[in-house]
Design a protein around this ligand. Structure first.
Ligand SMILES: Cc1cc2nc3c(=O)[nH]c(=O)nc-3n(C[C@H](O)[C@H](O)[C@H](O)COP(=O)(O)OP(=O)(O)OC[C@H]3O[C@@H](n4cnc5c(N)ncnc54)[C@H](O)[C@@H]3O)c2cc1C
Length: 292
């Protein structure tokens, strides 16, 4: 399999990108290429031209300000995984980055590409959604902020419009008493995509009960799945075995997995139950640590 003949253009600034996009309207954006080049080779995607954004340095930052963690869309998975800021304040993102792909892929793969690809088994979307993250999207005419919970429409389909580029991802700073975690199951370590993934984000009230929670499932429905009933079941309770088992059953009933070479739908559903309990326990333990 070869990449078909393609014209390649390179933008070094966002303005250059918009200029190139206006001249080559059907061109696709190329970031790390770890999804797009594979899709072009496999014939899942066709394009006569690509615009590489890899050299736009202004999209590579990872920083913290009053709105939270700001991740430039071109930050690589390696960069995110190695960030001391992320490790200390957003350890649940490290749960995902430390399990993704292998070092060679992580060095090229970007956070923006992982989101825009909108592949159901992608690891960052579920945990970013659990953390209430938004994407900042720019076109030559305007800028908008889209909550990740309304960004994904279907498999490989998002609300991104032609001519728009994702510039950054904003993750709100967790409030005191919060803890989050991501758990995934894959068939082996390294270069193996998720068979199922579960992200949990909990917050305690001053009385020590769960005040809010967000549970998001990955790889078991066309888009990351927010388990809405989890919140109703957990609020006002402590996390014990009974509540964990109840929420695990709700998550298992709420997902819509497929059968494929990595596992049957029934197997995936069972795994969702196990991962839900683990993610909740780990998020709970992290929240307790922050509280004390
Ligand atoms: C061997 C292998 C193992 C992998 N394992 C995992 C894994 O364990 N977990 C996982 O989640 N993923 C995995 N992946 C998938 C892949 O590495 C990620 O999805 C990666 O983060 C995609 O980013 P990229 O920069 O390579 O995107 P690209 O391939 O460059 O682009 C992907 C898509 O996003 C669009 N795009 C990219 N950036 C932007 C932007 N800023 N604005 C608008 N559109 C944009 C492109 O046009 C394209 O449609 C694996 C891939 C390989 C090849």
């Amino acid at each position: 399999m070869y990449v078909p003949d393609i014209e390649l253009y390179e933008a070094r600034t966002i303005d250059e990108l918009f200029d190139l996009s206006s001249r080559y309207a059907s061109a696709k954006i190329l970031a790390g290429g770890t999804d797009l080049l594979v899709d072009l080779k496999a014939g899942r995607v066709s394009a006569s031209s690509l615009i590489s954004i890899k050299k736009i340095d202004s999209l590579k930052h990872i920083s913290l300000d009053e709105s939270g963690l700001c991740i430039g869309s071109l930050a690589t998975i390696t960069q995110l995984n190695g960030s001391s800021l992320v490790r200390e304040q957003f350890p649940s993102l490290i749960d995902a980055t430390s399990r993704m792909a292998a070092p060679q892929v992580r060095n090229a793969a970007t956070v923006g590409g992982n989101i825009v690809s909108a592949v159901p088994c992608a690891d960052l979307p579920p945990i970013l959604m659990a953390l209430n993250a938004s994407v900042v999207v720019k076109s030559s005419k305007n800028e908008r902020k889209i909550p990740l919970s309304s960004f994904f429409i279907h498999v490989r389909k998002t609300t991104l419009l032609p001519g728009e580029v994702v510039t950054s991802i904003i993750v709100p700073t967790p409030r005191t008493g919060s803890g989050a975690a991501y758990e995934r199951f894959s068939l082996r370590d390294g270069n193996s995509i998720a068979v199922a993934g579960v992200a949990a984000n909990l917050r305690f009230s001053k009385r020590g009960e769960i005040e809010s929670t967000r549970l998001v499932l990955g790889a078991v429905s066309p888009t990351p799945k927010l388990v809405e009933d989890a919140e109703n079941t957990m609020v006002g309770h402590m996390l014990d075995d009974e509540i964990g088992t109840k929420v695990a059953s709700i998550a298992m009933a709420d997902c819509n997995p497929i059968d494929d070479v990595r596992g049957s739908a029934a197997f995936r559903r069972e795994i969702v139950g196990v991962l839900t309990k683990r993610a909740l326990q780990s998020a709970w333990a992290r929240a307790q640590r922050v509280k004390s």
